[in-house]
Design a protein around this ligand. Structure first.
Ligand SMILES: [Zn+2]
Length: 392
């Protein structure tokens, strides 16, 4: 590990300041994280949490003491949010290895987007179980990192956007059930957190904030969409940079968090908002995402930090590994050791051309800053938010 430069020392200082307030963060995972899913040729067939676990192990950043194992959510637990007919349809279709046409039409799985693959039910139910466990750890005052979670598009009675169940909904629900009077949900994935917003439309104890790319699927979450008054949507233009994310944090997200004063926060930190993701056009550095998570978590107490989308295995593995390092208050190395570089070199992805694999993606964890101009479109989102909330 290379000695930290001034920038790293500042980062370490900040993350230690956050970590010092509570017991060390915990990593929630399961055996499913190490197994491929979704079949071949699906954007989620790439190594994701498995690569993060390997990288963390190669850095000596993870061991049995900081790991907790997800359990499988029961059918009764799943039915607290999902339609029993949908749960049963996914369970029986998985067991049978086939989906009836009527079920496919009604419940949105068994297609290219949300394929039926062996073990899909248990895998999806384990993501829910992991997020419930992460919420229980947060109820003990911890920060729980569950990168296999973040399936924010799952709907009550149908699969959507590669998501079968909606684990963030269960994390929030468990925090409320455990006595939290207010929970803030911040969604940093490149796509609108539609399933979470829908689940808590009429719940004044939950604020749902989503920063996502304007004009992208699922095309919901426009700036004037406040749900039933408890949602905040910030659709940002392509090329969204680090300075613009910092601006929206300073001018909308952190003031909103301060006013709401939540007992806990749930963050979905998909990596598809990073530069180089094949399914979005945003251009953040991973350091900007780590800072964003650190600021939201640092300001609001116990937290559940979930994964989400992310379709470039290099940027994903580096981002979530570094995020874990930051949550634990560890020093981010300037250059990765050989074993870690080898893990990154072994990754493959059909959606990213070989010539587009940046050298830095194979040698480092932290991106260089992608600061830039804060464009008028981004400033107007903050103005519009103030108007909508009578703060203009
Ligand atoms: Zn996404």
């Amino acid at each position: 590990m290379v000695a930290a430069g001034p920038a790293q020392q500042i980062l370490v200082h900040c993350s230690n300041a956050v970590a010092a307030a509570r017991a060390p963060a915990l990593f929630v995972a399961s055996d499913f994280c190490r197994r491929p899913g979704f079949g071949r040729h699906h954007p989620l067939s790439i190594p994701r949490v498995s690569a993060v676990l390997e990288l963390c192990a190669s850095l000596g950043w993870i061991d049995g003491r900081c790991m907790r194992t997800s359990r499988v959510a029961t059918v009764e637990e799943l039915a607290r949010h999902h339609d029993p007919d949908y749960i049963e349809a996914l369970r029986t279709s998985d067991a049978a290895g086939r989906v009836e046409l009527e079920v496919r039409t009604r419940h949105g799985f068994g297609n290219l987007e949300n394929p039926l693959f062996p073990g899909v039910f248990e895998r999806a139910a384990t993501a829910v179980g992991g997020s419930i466990l992460a919420a229980e750890l947060a109820l003990e005052g911890r920060v729980a990192f569950h990168p296999a979670g973040g399936t924010h598009h799952g709907r009550r009675d149908r699969a959507s956007g590669f998501c079968y169940f909606n684990d963030p909904v269960f994390a929030i629900g468990r925090l409320l059930e455990g006595g939290m009077s207010r929970v803030l949900y911040v969604d940093l994935d490149a796509h609108h957190g539609d399933g979470v917003q829908e689940a808590f439309l009429d719940e004044p104890r939950v604020r749902v904030v989503s920063i996502h790319e304007q004009g992208r699927w699922p095309h919901s979450g426009t700036a004037d969409d406040v749900g039933h008054g408890y949602a905040c949507n910030l659709p940002v233009p392509a090329g969204f940079n680090d300075s613009e994310l910092g601006y929206l944090l300073d001018s909308v997200v952190l003031p909103l968090a301060a006013a709401f004063a939540p007992g806990a926060v749930v963050v979905t930190c998909g990596t598809d908002a990073l530069a180089g993701d094949p399914l979005s056009g945003l251009a953040l550095s991973n350091v900007a995402l780590w800072d964003a998570v650190g600021r939201v978590v640092g300001d609001t107490g116990p937290a559940v930090v979930l994964g989400g989308g992310g379709y470039n295995p290099w940027t994903l593995a580096r981002c979530w590994t570094g995020l874990w390092g930051r949550l634990r208050g560890l020093e981010i190395p300037e250059e990765l050791p050989g074993e870690a570089q080898q893990i990154l070199r072994s990754l493959e992805c059909d959606l990213v051309e070989d010539e587009d694999v940046a050298d830095a993606w194979l040698r480092t964890l932290a991106d260089v800053s992608r600061a830039g101009t804060v464009r008028d479109e981004v400033k107007s989102l903050a103005r519009q938010w103030r108007v909508l909330h009578g703060m203009a």
